[in-house]
Design a protein around this ligand. Structure first.
Ligand SMILES: Nc1ncnc2c1ncn2[C@@H]1O[C@H](COP(=O)(O)OP(=O)(O)OP(=O)(O)O)[C@@H](O)[C@H]1O
Ligand SMILES: [Mg+2]
Length: 195
């Protein structure tokens, strides 16, 4: 199963989401778990080199050709982390996706970029939004949730803003993040079964 994590906007939590989803997939026995890092910055690859996760392999695939090859592995769970802005590469990944996870921050300025990313997804491919670094109890968060509900786009998770998650590879994965991303993974898998 190919799970593509993307948003054309930068700095919205794509890499963080990819690494946490890989960790929960592996801890639930979805072996093998492969992280495909299609970003030349290789932040996911560097993270996992610094902090390897049991049962999680990493491959760097920063071109359409290498990406397509990595995504055809056909075995286990594949999580794809993409760079911001590269529409062609994003489109290639989305074309091979079984589900698309779109991380976004809360706030109205984010809607347009998410809407644009959504337009690239084939009608039948399950997709959902994960609101990252969320400030619970704020109007921004409520408005964002209400907006995507009104647009009929499922919200697969709301991950609170936590120093322990912001630490990235500097620290071990944060318990609360693992719990929330565990729920996200469940929704991804359910969406696929329902499809
Ligand atoms: N739940 C969270 N709480 C606090 N900080 C977070 C959370 N999720 C992500 N961040 C922080 O937000 C920043 C951007 O996250 P990340 O690098 O995952 O985004 P990205 O979309 O992959 O960025 P890029 O477009 O540059 O690849 C990082 O500093 C990360 O630690
Ligand atoms: Mg990234």
């Amino acid at each position: 199963m190919n799970i593509v994590v993307t948003n054309l906007k930068g700095g919205v939590g794509k890499t963080t989401t990819t690494v946490y989803l890989a960790a929960v997939a592996s801890s639930r026995g979805h072996n093998p778990v492969l992280v495909v890092d299609a970003d030349r910055q290789a932040s996911a690859a560097e993270w996992l080199e610094e902090r390897p996760l049991d049962g999680v392999e990493i491959v760097e695939a920063p071109s359409e050709r290498t990406l397509a090859r990595a995504m055809r592995s056909d075995e286990g769970t594949v999580l794809v982390d993409l760079p911001p802005g590269d529409e062609r590469l994003v489109q290639a990944a989305i074309g091979l996706a079984d589900a698309v996870v779109i991380p976004t921050r809360a706030g109205g300025v984010e809607f347009a970029r998410v809407a644009y990313t959504l337009e690239l997804i084939p009608a039948k491919t399950p997709r959902g939004i994960v609101i990252t670094a969320a400030r619970l109890g704020t109007n921004d968060l409520t408005e964002t949730i209400d907006w995507w509900k009104s647009e009929d786009v499922p919200i697969w998770g709301v991950v609170p803003e936590r120093v322990g998650i912001a630490a990235g590879p500097e620290a071990r994965l944060y318990r609360e993040g693992l719990d929330e991303y565990g729920d996200v993974l469940r929704r991804v898998l359910r969406s696929r079964r329902a499809n």
